[in-house]
Design a binder for this molecule. Structure first.
Ligand code: AMP
Length: 288
């Protein structure tokens, strides 16, 4: 396995000119969700291409009050997991390689970032866009894979690539879940047993949303009430947001939902200090 830490090492690697180069950016503490992105990248790269994974806990996307210092770091275990999957190199830059002490340029996306996690975490998506732009410039991938688990992030990265003309194809990969439905997340490791048991309510609430949409519910307000009622069944969960949005604009659906345009039901719920997110991107009745 090729571990690249410094920019010259990375440049020497990419300078070999192997294509397509497919990139998977992560913050490490890898789980099956991340590994599914790597599998998708491998399939996309094919036998001729290569897959590069980055592991970087990006400080600029954490607010001072957030969990940067405690964010799970599991380098040895990550390497083991990566060895078992087909990828060619991992880029693990130290913070000082990514950010000079007097760095003063940042990317701002100010439409899709306004609501949802952007409202709850001011500055978060500026940090995400900045680090992804830097990683794209460093890795120079032909394609990059992102998870639908972070739907707003995926939409914002697509917008950045479109608006700033990055020559990178963005590929979306579906959310991988635990057997009980909880979306896999590095932050699940923070949950105590009671919180972990209660956290299943997010996917249950989204399941209720899918069922009522499949059965013909088109009123965003009623849909929101149905989801909210399920969330309230969990005494430990404190809802940060519950939103019924247009999946293209990430603005609230006003008026009846049009199945042809789809709908995004997005949730963020605190269990103790741990904030979990999940979403349903509904694009028409299941099996239709
Ligand atoms: P993170 O390490 O949390 O920044 O995530 C890195 C990438 O993995 C992002 O594109 C996430 O959307 C994706 N990801 C995280 N959790 C999951 C999951 N449960 N299923 C699929 N992709 C995921």
């Amino acid at each position: 396995m090729n571990i690249l830490r410094e920019i010259p090492e990375l440049r020497a690697w990419t300078g070999r000119g192997v294509h397509p180069r497919v990139f998977v950016p992560t913050m490490g503490a890898l789980h099956e969700g991340h590994l599914s992105l790597i599998d998708r990248a491998r399939a996309e790269a094919g036998d001729q291409g290569e897959v590069i994974v980055s592991i970087f806990v990006n400080p600029t996307q954490f607010a001072p009050t957030e969990d940067l210092s405690t964010y799970p770091r599991a380098w040895e275990a990550d390497c083991e997991k990566c060895r078992s999957r087909g990828f060619d190199a991992v880029f693990v830059p130290p913070v000082e390689v990514m950010y000079r002490p007097d760095a003063s340029v940042r990317i701002l996306e100010d439409r899709l970032s306004r609501g949802l996690c952007g409202a709850s975490r001011p500055g978060h998506f500026g940090g995400v866009c900045t680090v992804v732009a830097k990683l794209f410039n460093l890795v120079q991938p032909d394609a990059a894979v992102f998870g639908e688990k972070d739907f707003q992030q995926l939409a914002i990265i697509r917008r950045m690539v479109r608006d700033l003309d990055f020559p990178v194809t963005i590929l979306a990969s579906p959310t991988i879940r635990e057997p009980d439905g909880l979306a896999m997340s590095s932050r699940n490791a923070y949950l105590n047993p009671e919180e972990r048991a209660g956290a299943v309510v997010l996917s249950q609430a989204l399941g209720a949303a899918r069922k009522s949409l499949d059965e013909g519910e088109r009123d965003p307000h009623r849909l929101s009430q149905i989801v909210g009622a399920v969330l309230r069944e969990s005494p430990l969960g404190k809802t940060d947001y519950l939103a019924v949005m247009h999946p293209g604009t990430l603005e609230p659906w006003i008026g009846a939902i049009h199945p042809a345009e789809g709908v995004l039901v997005a949730l963020a719920v605190f269990f103790g200090k741990t904030r979990l997110i999940d979403n349903l991107h509904w694009t028409g009745p299941s099996g239709a």
